[in-house]
Ligand binder design. Sequence first.
Ligand SMILES: [Zn+2]
Length: 404
Amino acid sequence: MNIVQWFQSVLVIFSLLFTSITGFFNGTNKDAQLLQEKTGGYMYGVCHPDENYERIDELGLGWVRFDIPYPYNADGSISNSYTEFKNRARGYADQGIKVLAITPYPRSYFDIGGFDPSTDENAERTKEIAVFLCNDLRDIISGIQITNEMGVTNFTYPLTMEQAAKFIGIQAEALSEVKGDLIIGYNSAGVMEELHYLMKPYLQYMDYVGVDLYYGTWYGGELHDYVSAVRKVNRITKKPIIVAEFGYISAGEPKSDAERAEILARYGYDSEAAARADIENFVAKLPDALKSHVYEEFPDPATWGDAVFEAMDKHFYCYLDESLTGIAHTPEGQAEFYSQLLPNLKKIDCLAGFFIFCWRDSPTCWYCGQSDCPYETAWGITDVNGNPKPAFYAIKDAMAAFKE
Ligand SMILES: [Zn+2]
């Protein structure tokens, strides 16, 4: 062996070593790879899409994610909203776009079905509905997320966390026996360790665990928190992860004391204390959507002041006081968010896919009913008319780079 050959051998050994070390840290999580084999590759998706299939395809997204309504009416017949869901899901499937479908929230089992779906006594009924959905939809959808974000008050109501975990677990166990090619999972709003620990007995039934992340909007944080949150949920659950929702709203700003006072004055009060002192009349004047959350989720009127001014204050005052450093809540900032974050998400070895939240802006906030509330109006990567915002093109560029 001459010196050149020796040097070449050393280089080969070093490059093999380097490949295996970077492979260890990048993209060789076996569970995530197995999941991608089942799903036909990395899951690039978007939440709550419209029917503009060409635009979804233009971005290179292969998946959409939206809710399955409760399938029955109170008399046991199939509900119209469920039939509409099926038609809509079939529309995507016919275009080759896969559907990750979210099973109904607990409250519809109480409100429509008339039973608590989390008890041992009612477990068979809960299982029957899960199995019905799976069998009825298996040719149309490609994956099931069992309910959504248990732990968030509005979604979990009227269950406790323990009951919510059991509600998921009962369905997961039933689905595991009939799922066939469908992938099954559940999701948490943020890391939410408590939910994942409560889910430990049921993780054996899951193909993935989803995590929804909103650093810089719903709560503080920075871009690197997205990566560490994914890794943390993977460490707790030992399951491949899907970021089931993430996004950055393109509007919203903090509100000054004077601006808050002006909003209170519209209701006829000069301070929060004055509104709290007249709480029943004050709540009666709230926008209908916001009022119904207070009435339904806070049965004790003694808690209504805290409900409006603490639990729901962002919606009541329509303010946004969180942002990522250097990334504004503007259409341009929203584009920057995706440009910076997507390449970092793609590098996470235990992550098998992500779903952008969401497709289209909404004229009013579904939660509080106000058009000037940024929270559920400005998440879209297309505007209220379905036209691309700057974020659309930022995602398109990132997706093109992933597929090179
Ligand atoms: Zn709102």
